[in-house]
Design a protein around this ligand. Sequence first.
Ligand SMILES: Cc1ncc(C[n+]2csc(CCOP(=O)(O)OP(=O)(O)O)c2C)c(N)n1
Length: 273
Amino acid sequence: MESMNLSIDQLESRANTIRRKILQMVHSAGCGHPGGPLGLADIFTVLFMNILRLDPKQATAPARDRFILSNGHVSAVLYAAMQERGFWPDLDIMSFRSLGSPFQGHPSTRYLEGIENCSGSLGQGLSVASGLSLGLKQQGQAARVFCCISDGECGEGMTWEAATAAAHYKAPVIAFMDWNGIQIDGYTRDVCHLGDLPARFQALGWQCSTVDGHDIQAIQTSLLAARSNTSGPQIIFFQTTLGKGISFMENQPGWHGKAPNDAEMQSALAELV
Ligand SMILES: Cc1ncc(C[n+]2csc(CCOP(=O)(O)OP(=O)(O)O)c2C)c(N)n1
């Protein structure tokens, strides 16, 4: 099981390709979530190309690293990054969100090999990932479990049940947060203030770090460091900008969940040269 080991330049170019695909998927569906996926594109590029040790041709091999997506509405970045890594070469991700497509708005294990969990109902992923990491540890497996959660999900009680138990049992899970300060109805500070999130995780016993979620080199360094640490639960707070790369979408809660119209699509793609 290997990763792709791309250079920083190659990763930057892949992230750009992934952003284009995200926009095209949401635009052709006429609905969906562009903001979160664009904000996560740099992280998912590094994670899927250079960190996760897996083989798309043996998607269920026991030795593979696992990736659990908790905030399932950002599915467009998951599908685009996984296809860039080599999953589903014969499937058309532009069928995104259409009836009968395997690329549903919220990912399901029923339709696509390589998807590790169903998501869409927020707050569940950290429990899945923490339990999975403990199970693999118990079996003596070297595979690692990564989990993406969002700040909006910290309004869900289940996130904190998972965080408490993972620390208590020293689950070797590697979580990271899409820390963009935005959720469905606005800025998190206005909708439901979450307090000092790193301090809250740290108080439970998690190892926390804060990293620029758009600095490809820094993302890679932080994920590699986390990968080599098995002592207990870790969380990287990636500071991200919702809609990153498209000036009129950046940090605008309105782009959490709506498709660009034709004119917006044209000017968005023009920004991703
Ligand atoms: C259990 C549950 N409650 C509510 C929702 C509706 N919902 C969908 S996305 C969202 C906001 C999530 O916040 P975040 O992931 O931080 O948003 P983003 O940064 O992607 O804009 C909510 C409340 C849901 N999917 N699941």
